[in-house]
Design a protein around this ligand. Structure first.
Ligand code: V55
Ligand code: FE
Length: 484
């Protein structure tokens, strides 16, 4: 294929951009609070070459890392490809060599056995290092200053897992990074590696356990004493892959599971709780303890949010028919058994954000994105093909919800949170607006995290199109100064 397919994965806000660029001192409308001092890194999948297959998906796009540098009210932007082994091989060949999403049996013979990850999901900052991550491979280290790719990161050769999650969790007090890799021992294996890196970035623990079936473990979370692994019934199958089929198929009739173990304990101490059938959650807001209770707040839906994972499982359901909500699962660790409590604490949505300091602790407020039922048809774009158009702030303790609905033909990407000396701090997010039949203009918005309904306090119009982002991360100037 020499041109991009005319599908949702390559049109709208998913239209490939493919331009590495940088600009300094962008126009700022309004005033950026001077306490916002650091970098907002963004993971943007953007396929450099037209795919081998017409039915390729947005999740396969080569990782680009974007960086807003914000200092003294001034804003710079830069974006570069992550130079993965895959990107470099295809750049040399000037065409796609890797086939279907997470199916190496569909690749060009010339790249057999090569690392397939596109490192396109989350920028991660830990112990003075910046990484780009995707759950199907190891992280790639990035120079936070130049955005040059330094190479695959295996903790000085210590990590045994073949994969590293796009959702590690960092304890705000200890500075440790808790993480995992699934399919750790190879394609479709049920091996899960659970690991800890200390605040200096050294791997101090790696233990493997078996999950009940080979599921996509996209996110996990920690509390002050526990590590929590969700197992939702979207499964992989090696024979299906060998036949050229999709990596994932959602199984509506299969049970979900939650594994909880002491975070410094042994994997043999894992307790398995049995959850509802057919449900799915990609992202967790937070988890925390209240005495012997463990609360887990997740963006739950009654089936998988990705159309291609539903279809592979024979589930015919339109995107707007999916039900769900921000849901609190509560586990009583003092009681035996597999049961737990469930209650909905907020509207449906995804891309939850938290203050870094609240990770694993009781929290006052969190933020996430949703589709405003009154907002008109959502813009096409993003991983599932439908862009969010409303920001929400929720106080789970009392149910208070604030919203920032966007105008028609607008979309909002996942924000990052920037702490402030007083108040709740700031949110930074890229907001897109349709500017023509298939063209879009984007702006960086600065939003008061404690008063989102007020809208942007400052906006930065972007001079070039911005493809839909997945996750982002904020790194303060003080942290950036620790870069090695
Ligand atoms: C997600 C994103 C991915 C992926 C699997 O947001 C799951 C969920 C951007 O890549 O490969
Ligand atoms: Fe994610």
């Amino acid at each position: 294929m020499t041109r991009f397919p005319d599908t949702i994965h390559f049109t709208g806000l998913n239209t490939p951009v493919g331009i590495e660029w940088s600009a300094r001192n962008l126009e700022v409308i309004g005033e950026i609070p001077p306490e916002i001092d650091g970098a907002f890194f963004r993971a943007v999948p953007d396929p450099a070459h037209a795919p081998m297959f017409e039915d390729d998906i947005a999740l396969s796009g080569d990782g680009m890392i974007g960086k807003f540098t914000i200092q003294a009210g001034k804003v710079d932007y830069a974006i570069r490809y992550v130079e993965t082994a895959r990107y470099l091989a295809e750049r040399t060949a000037r065409r796609a060599l890797f086939g279907q999403y997470r199916n190496p049996f569909t690749d060009d013979a010339s790249v057999a056995g090569q690392d397939r990850t596109v490192a396109n999901t989350t920028p991660v900052w830990h112990a003075g290092r910046l990484f780009m991550t995707k759950e199907d491979g190891l992280a790639y280290e990035i120079d936070p200053d130049t955005l040059d790719t330094r190479g695959r990161w295996d903790f000085y050769g210590a990590l045994k897992s073949e994969t590293f999650t796009a959702h590690p969790r960092i304890d705000p007090e200890t500075g440790e990074m808790f993480f995992f890799g699934y399919e750790a021992g190879g394609l479709c294996s049920t091996d899960v590696a659970y690991a800890i890196a200390d605040r200096e970035g050294n791997l101090v623990s790696e233990q493997w356990f078996q999950q009940p079936y080979c599921s996509t473990i996209h996110d996990f979370t920690i509390t002050q004493h526990y590590a929590i692994f969700p197992i939702f019934p979207t499964t992989a199958d090696l024979d299906r892959l060998k036949a050229g089929g999709p990596h994932w198929a959602h199984q509506q009739d299969l049970e979900s599971w939650v594994g909880i173990m002491p975070r410094y304990g042994k994997v043999e101490e894992m307790r398995w709780f049995k959850g509802p059938r057919g449900v799915s959650a990609f992202h967790f807001m937070n988890a925390f303890e209240e005495g012997e209770l463990v609360h887990l707040d997740i963006c739950l839906s009654d089936t998988n949010a990705f159309g291609f994972m539903r279809e592979a499982g024979g589930i015919q359901r339109a995107q707007h028919e999916i039900q769900g909500g921000l849901t609190r699962w509560t586990f009583d660790m003092s009681q035996p058994g597999e049961a737990f409590e469930s209650r909905v604490i907020g509207p449906p949505g995804d891309m939850p954000r938290l203050r870094d300091a609240d990770q694993g602790r009781m929290y006052r407020a969190g933020w996430y994105l949703t589709i405003n039922p009154q907002g008109g048809p959502p813009l096409p774009g993003g991983p599932v093909g439908v862009a969010f158009n409303m920001l929400m702030r929720i106080e789970p303790g009392n149910g208070r919800i604030d919203a920032l609905p966007l105008g028609p033909s607008m979309a909002i990407n996942e924000p990052v949170h920037v702490p402030a000396a007083d108040g709740e701090g700031w949110l930074l997010a890229v907001v897109d607006q349709r500017s023509g039949e298939d063209s879009f203009a984007s702006e960086l918005w600065v939003i008061d995290a404690g008063d989102i309904a007020r809208g942007a306090v400052a906006r930065v119009p972007m001079p070039l199109p911005m493809r839909a982002q997945v996750h982002g991360t904020w790194v303060s100037a003080a942290e950036l100064a620790k870069a090695g």
